[in-house]
Design a protein around this ligand. Structure first.
Ligand code: KIV
Length: 284
């Protein structure tokens, strides 16, 4: 018997996962095929992170990513993700210029991509922005701990150890109406303590197992990152090796005249009921 398709993840359903036994699963994606594969694998959420500046654009940090870049990638991801909750990063400095500007930017992201929520970095200092967005019916995921938009203020990508600051930020984000928050690069015990103090789910990255869920940059997980890779990443595949190996084989075969093989027969291939040759069914 065929199973009915799983119903789409929504913001309220995602928030309610806090009370469940199991952990929440998220990864980043930046294009249609990746989003489709992650969605079909059953992830709860997909983040179109501005980490795309580093892993896709090859930049040293996320500061050069623009609103147009985010919309371009998020629109492809939303087409590929039929079920997972898609959250899109607000890029630097689109939420630093006051609530009105932030609402305009976030509304564009929702309208032009079809995503369900936006994410922005900051704690108590961005509470007014988070509450303006949620008042405008735009769901917000917060992001505290290491905040890549503050890379120069924080002196690099460093573990954040200030317990008072993190607790203050996390509570302010929750109070302002966020439905969830990312906690990046803080000691495990601190992330666990903050997670226990909150009513909304925490999604950890480099923050240990005590968070309510986990997220990784998909290129890191797949071994497809060419630049800097944080120590906490676990690599589940080695796509760099697979790609280089396939390209080398292809080069060799072309140079040696092994590929393409000569066609065996001039008789046309059999047709199916749609009139399309079977050999063309899966090609472009
Ligand atoms: O931009 C991003 O991918 C992120 C994750 C690392 C959480 O913010």
């Amino acid at each position: 018997m065929t199973q009915p398709p799983p119903s789409p993840m929504t913001v309220p359903k995602f928030r309610a996962l806090k009370g469940e036994e199991r952990k929440i699963t998220m990864l980043t994606a930046y294009d249609y095929p990746t989003a489709r594969m992650l969605d079909e694998a059953g992830l709860d959420g997909i983040l179109v992170g501005d980490s795309l500046g580093m892993v896709v654009q090859g930049k040293p940090n996320t500061l050069g990513v623009t609103l147009e870049h985010m919309i371009y990638h998020a629109e492809m991801v939303c087409r590929g993700a039929q079920r997972a909750l898609v959250v899109v990063d607000m890029p630097f400095p689109t939420y630093h210029l006051g609530p009105q500007k932030a609402i305009e930017v976030a509304a564009r992201i929702l309208q032009e991509t079809g995503c369900a929520a936006v994410k922005l970095e900051g704690g108590a200092n961005r509470a007014d922005i988070i509450s303006a967005l949620t008042e405008a019916n735009i769901p917000v995921m917060g992001h505290c701990g290491l905040m890549p938009h503050s890379v120069h203020m924080q002196g690099g990508f460093r573990l954040q150890r200030d317990e008072d600051q993190l607790l203050r930020d996390a509570l302010a984000i929750q109070q302002a109406g966020a439905f969830s928050m990312v906690i990046e690069c803080v000691p495990d015990a601190l992330a666990e303590k903050v997670s226990a103090a909150l009513e909304i789910p925490t999604i950890g990255i480099g923050a240990g197992p005590g968070c309510d869920g986990q997220i990784l940059v998909v290129h890191d997980l797949l071994g497809y990152t060419l630049g800097y890779q944080p120590k906490f990443v676990k690599r589940y595949a080695d796509l760099q090796f697979i790609v280089k190996d396939a390209v080398e084989q292809y080069q060799q075969e072309v140079k040696q005249g092994v590929f393409p093989e000569p066609r065996k027969s001039k008789v046309p291939p059999p047709h199916n009921s749609s009139g399309m040759p079977r050999t063309l069914q899966t090609s472009r």
